[in-house]
Ligand binder design. Structure first.
Ligand code: BGC
Length: 319
């Protein structure tokens, strides 16, 4: 009997889930709102229900679902299935795995969401061809999955690789982690949305008002669409966003000098509109130049599915 695995990517805005086979092919996938302010038990119940729905939509028979993996933001105690600390979904010591397990009657494993996405990309996405890469998720927060010599580098007790909390502007914007000027506050989709709203409030005549329809409806695409419509304020938002993103990536490249930086998250749908200016801003600042040890700057081959695929992969490879 062929085996399948469920991958769940828990985000600050949505929970994405999918049923994945052992080759990394996604049979079905879906997403539901996280409702992150709710008690974790409710979120766990929704996650379990999502797995049940997906398994039935994929037509799986009893016993074919061999495991479930979760990618979650924050500091994860994988051994006990506990989220020790998370800043964007405000959690301390949340036993998420057991809460999902109870409702599914299946074993559930967990890792950090960005680590899961890096595993997914390395398994069957853009990262397949690179022995070393830094995967950067640009979502509600900014996460990092670091693969060195083909292996995930997680730091002591898997508490490292928190690249979103590297300060790139001392005394800058306040971060949900309690510090100021973190990479995440500027380079996340949340940071882009904040910058877009601020620009709209300053420029009552900006095309971004028409594009979004109001401040509440602004998303990570609004400024890019405004720029395409020839709006100067929108172009400035995009330029500044890419400046900050570049700043953080230059630091990461100079520390790890990976073969590739792989970017994930909704904003990556912009493709070369994002990547071309990003490369221009990064390459001149690489230590010793870019020729000796070149770095590819690419978007996730699995797009927004990297996290769920990697979470399923974790369940597949679990000993
Ligand atoms: C958290 C990380 C997480 C990232 C993406 C950050 O704020 O600290 O653990 O990977 O957001 O969700």
């Amino acid at each position: 009997m062929k085996k399948y695995f469920a991958g769940l990517d828990l985000g600050g805005t949505f929970v994405k889930g999918g049923i994945v086979d052992e080759q990394g092919r996604i049979l079905v996938k879906d997403k539901i709102p996280t409702g992150k302010e709710r008690p974790f038990t409710e979120i766990a119940a929704d996650m379990a229900q999502l797995v049940k729905d997906l398994a039935s939509r994929a037509g799986l028979q009893e016993g074919q679902l061999a495991g479930v993996g979760i990618g979650s933001p924050g500091l994860i105690d994988a051994e006990h299935g506990v989220i020790v600390y998370s800043n964007n979904i405000r959690w301390d010591n949340v036993p998420l795995c057991s809460a999902v397990e109870e409702r599914l009657g299946l074993s559930v494993c967990i890792t950090n969401d960005a680590n899961a996405a890096a595993l997914g990309e390395h398994f069957c996405g853009a990262g397949k061809q690179f022995g070393s890469m830094v995967f950067i998720t640009l979502g509600t927060g900014v996460g990092g999955g670091i693969i060195l010599d083909g292996k995930l580098f997680e730091g002591n007790r898997s508490a490292g690789a928190e690249i979103g909390h590297m300060v790139i502007e001392r005394g800058g914007w306040e971060c949900t982690c309690g510090r100021r000027g973190c990479f995440e506050t500027y380079a996340s989709a949340t940071g882009l949305i904040r910058r877009t709203r601020e620009a709209m409030q300053k420029h009552a005549d900006s095309a971004m008002w028409r594009i979004a329809g109001g401040l509440d409806a602004v998303d990570g695409k609004t400024a890019f669409d405004g720029m395409r419509a020839g709006d100067a304020a929108a172009k400035q938002v995009v330029d500044e966003y890419i400046d900050y993103l570049a700043e953080g990536i230059i630091n990461l490249v100079n520390i790890f000098r990976p073969e590739a930086i792989v970017l994930g998250g909704g904003v990556c749908a912009e493709g070369e509109t994002l990547l071309a200016p990003l490369r221009e801003k990064i390459v001149p600042h690489l230590y010793g130049g870019a020729e000796y040890a070149p770095v590819a700057i690419v978007t996730a081959g699995l797009g927004n599915d990297a996290g769920l695929c990697g979470a399923a992969r974790l369940a597949m490879t679990r000993k």
